[in-house]
Design a protein around this ligand. Sequence first.
Ligand SMILES: [Zn+2]
Length: 210
Amino acid sequence: MLAALLVAVDVGHYAAEPGVISASGRPEFGYNRDLALEVKADLEESGVRVRLIGERGDYAVLHHRTRDARGADLFLSIHHDSVKARLLPEADRFAGFSLFISKLNPKARKSLACASAIGARLRAAGFTPSRYHADPVLGAPRPFADETNGVHWYDNLAVGRSATMPSVLVEAGVIVNREEERRMRDPEVRGRIAAAVAAGARDCLSGKEE
Ligand SMILES: [Zn+2]
């Protein structure tokens, strides 16, 4: 059954606008690509087909990403996180993963099931949800869809609302935090994150989390 599945793994941002600049000055795009490649390898190892999107850094238009994911059973967008500009001087206080889904996605329930499954696998692997995106002062705010597993509603999320399949955006960690950035660079840590994301995607697509 897994062999029939196709997951679109999207590398967040692109060369001209590479996302957050990390504490050490490395753009987010490179982190996203490194992690996305590992998620792809883990999924393929278990027999799931993967379509990688944006790995060459040439996707400037967000809805082209979900357009080119057509036919996939799940759209997974890989990102690394920051904090509001005024909180950057205290960025070392912020750490952890966050998962975002849109109510405007036609498969919002399945999106939630997949995000919860990914969050549960990340927690089981020793990672902790960041939580601050739900806070009106520290975050946007993005209310919790599944507080335990670090899943937030983000209804205008472009890759959430424009996807025709279930869609989850993964913020793997906060790279404006110096210590967290060091962890995100560690191949062992990246490997555990990738394995958890891939396992969560498999869990929800094989129906275990429904
Ligand atoms: Zn990003």
